[in-house]
Design a binder for this molecule. Structure first.
Ligand code: MLT
Length: 269
């Protein structure tokens, strides 16, 4: 599941592209890579064409990168990826957390490419001043001290305490990815997230079928907030994943795959 390199502008983007049928674009969270979808890729590729890239600066998509990458830039690069793969039919964009921030931008700027939207464990609000300032500070720290800074701070918030205590496989795997995350890519994403626009006012205007998925124990994207997002988007469906934290797809793949598969099958052909 290591992917192939696809030329997207000046980036050799690492992309897993498996299966056939309706294209499903799986976009990872911060500071991770496509392997967070390991429970989805093979399982869903039996029904759909699953495309799962490493965003610029993450995983194996390493390039000389500027000091900041905005959510819009990630979204635009994903539209270019679809061009490079010659995918012209509408896709379902599924993003987790930072991948969700990118999903809102993809909707805002590439609406015509969408058959549907799935947002997992994410938020629509912008950072407040304190959170944004904290991210900028962390970005500088990561550049001098390395990605461990982010791994140490984030790991306890990503998973329910019980999963961390028993050192579940998915906790160990996530820690490894976070520690290996290239500092320049991590810092660029932090600066991009710090200035991402508030999307809450746009939610009521979304006019593609939308599914919101949230781990019932998510400590980063509060379930109550995600439920409100689902209630604001016309016709959106909300699925709560019992026993899961922020990384619901990794923690409870069977439940998440069932929700994603049912949603894709419910879309007009
Ligand atoms: C993520 O999982 O992508 C991050 O928690 C997003 C964030 O830091 O806001």
């Amino acid at each position: 599941m290591s992917g192939n390199k696809v030329t997207v502008g000046n980036l050799q983007m690492n992309v897993v592209d498996q299966g056939s049928g309706r294209p499903l674009l799986l976009v990872h969270g911060f500071p991770l890579d496509h392997t967070m979808w390991q429970g989805q890729i093979a399982a869903l590729a039996s029904e759909f064409r699953v495309i799962s890239p490493d965003l610029r600066g993450f995983g194996q998509s390493i390039a000389a990168t500027s000091s900041k990458t905005t959510m819009r830039e990630y979204a635009d690069e994903l539209a270019q990826l679809l061009d490079a793969l010659e995918i012209t039919e509408p896709v379902v964009f599924c993003g987790l957390s930072m991948g969700g921030y990118v999903a809102w931008q993809f909707y805002a700027h590439h609406r015509q490419r969408l058959a549907g939207l799935i947002v997992c464990d994410s938020r629509a609000v912008a950072d407040n001043e304190k959170a944004a300032a904290g991210r900028l500070e962390t970005a500088t720290k990561v550049e001098t001290e390395g990605s461990q800074v982010v791994a140490d701070a984030m790991l306890p918030k990503l998973f329910p305490a019980a999963a961390v205590e028993r050192d579940a496989d998915f906790v160990t795997a996530t820690k490894k990815v976070m520690l290996a995350a290239p500092p320049a890519g991590v810092a660029a994403a932090l600066r991009g997230m710090a200035e991402r626009p508030d999307f809450t006012k746009e939610l009521a205007k979304i006019d593609v079928p939308t599914l919101i998925i949230c781990g019932a124990e998510d400590a980063i994207a509060p379930p109550a907030e995600m439920k409100e997002i689902a209630e604001t988007i016309p016709g959106a469906k909300y699925v709560s994943i019992a026993g899961a934290g922020h990384m619901a797809p990794l923690e409870k793949p069977a439940e998440v795959n069932a929700a994603i598969s049912a949603f894709l099958k419910s879309l007009p052909k």
